[in-house]
Design a protein around this ligand. Structure first.
Ligand code: T4K
Length: 391
């Protein structure tokens, strides 16, 4: 690994890249291979590959236990889990969501003929701003989907109060928040239900996968039907449904992900701490913190490039990419600026001033067990030298 000390060391100035192998945001965390292969061998021996097999059932039990919640309904991915939860809750017409999220939150509604209405966010947490949510309520509103963005819990109590006041359903997109707590209680226990994603790039992965966590027995039962075409036993369809089933080999991946989880948290925490300590001393640069009194997965290192920075956010991204550091602008430019929403409501941005501002400032940096301390310090040095050079 090259040392970055002066402007001539930077790849955007013609030097070789700092990293010969690309660093990614969301590099999959992979647990014990031998254990995975053993579980996969047993799956082959049983010739039971999907449709609520024994590994999925055990996986659901373990995930529910980990989150101290009654039900985990495992699904094929987080987007299908969102769609099924939305349908099971009977949401329709308009549902309030943040624009500052991965587009799946909005698509899961639009795909079912429901209008996602975008509310603004809080500049400190990047989560929904309850005051903006209030402003977006109309007679057509049926629910709120809040996101625990980048593993920080949404303003749960404030949103629940708004939902109760207006008779709305509240559910959470907890795709980023596996293993996190809010006021000491694990994610999965808030709102009507909470949706996890186990995509390869997530803190905890099952290759592809997702789940809905809930304490509501009836909701869990409907979702179990919906993910399997509405089948209740052989030849007996009692509900409309789709195919949202998790496969056995995904659940096996989930088992080894769960075994490895403490090591991943420790690596993420160490990396986040170094990034935050070192980057926060640079002009105009800050890194969002985590509440250390809660359980955290530390999966997202969210850096903000403020007005005091001598270089733009996009120049930092360009410089990092030149060094093979594939930093991301998650979640620029906001869902309201993506299709089809941009065309459906071209003026949505007027109600989303904080979203627009934050989307132009964020850089998400690589972390995880594949980055050691030296690699993190090299990423920091790239940014530091770039800024110093521009001063
Ligand atoms: N709600 C929220 C808030 C979400 O963030 C997501 C998903 C969902 C709902 C939906 O859940 P799923 O249906 O996905 O379960 C990625 C992921 O595909 C997506 O799952 C995730 N959010 C989102 C934040 O990130 P892209 O389009 O940015 O992925 P991509 O292909 O650019 O990959 C990200 C980085 O990871 C790249 O730098 C390459 C690297 N990578 C990727 C894969 C797949 C690897 O190193 N190995 C891999 O196997 O969306």
């Amino acid at each position: 690994m090259k040392r970055i000390q002066k402007r001539q060391d930077l790849a955007i100035n013609g030097a070789d890249p700092a990293f010969s192998e690309t660093l990614h945001v969301g590099r999959p965390n992979i647990g014990n291979r031998e254990h995975f292969l053993k579980l996969a061998g047993e799956i082959f021996d049983r010739r039971w590959l999907t449709n609520n097999g024994p590994v999925v059932q055990e996986f659901e039990r373990q995930i529910a236990e980990y989150h101290n919640v009654k039900h985990c309904v495992a699904m094929s991915n987080g987007t299908v889990a969102l769609e099924i939860a939305i349908r099971a809750l009977g949401l329709e017409k308009e549902v309030i969501v943040p624009s500052f999220t991965f587009v799946a939150t909005a698509h899961a509604l639009h795909w079912q003929g429901i209008t996602p209405v975008f509310a603004d966010i809080d500049s400190a947490t990047h989560n929904l701003d309850p005051q903006s949510v209030r402003r977006m309520i109309t007679p057509r509103t049926t629910g709120i989907i809040a996101v625990h963005l980048c593993a920080r819990s949404a303003p749960i109590e404030e949103l629940q109060a708004i939902a109760d006041e207006h008779g709305l359903s509240l559910m959470f997109d907890a795709a980023h928040a596996f293993g996190c707590s809010h006021k000491g209680e694990m994610v999965g226990n808030f709102g009507a239900c909470e949706v996890l994603s186990f995509h390869a790039t997530k803190f905890f992965n099952t290759f592809e996968g997702g789940a809905v966590l809930t304490n509501d027995d009836d909701l869990a039962e409907i979702m179990q039907l919906m993910r399997n075409f509405g089948f209740s036993g052989m030849d007996n369809v009692i509900h409309a449904g789709t195919n949202g089933k998790m496969i056995e080999v995904s659940a096996a991946m989930g088992m080894i992900s769960l075994e490895a989880i403490d090591g991943v948290i420790a690596a993420n925490r160490r990396n986040h701490q170094i990034y935050q300590e070192e980057l926060s001393s640079l002009p105009g640069i800050s890194v969002l913190s985590f509440d250390e009194s809660e359980r955290q997965n530390y999966q997202y290192v969210v850096m903000e490039v403020g007005e005091g920075s001598p270089v733009s956010r996009d120049l930092i991204i360009q410089a990092l990419h030149a060094e093979n550091v594939m930093a991301r602008r998650y979640f620029w430019p906001g869902c309201h600026n993506m299709m089809p929403y941009r065309e459906l409501n071209p003026r949505a941005g007027q109600m989303l001033p904080v979203t627009v501002q934050v989307a132009d400032r964020v850089v998400v940096l690589p972390t995880g067990p594949t980055l050691d301390e030296d690699m993190v310090r090299t990423v920091i040095a790239i940014i530091a030298v770039l800024l110093k050079d521009a001063e």
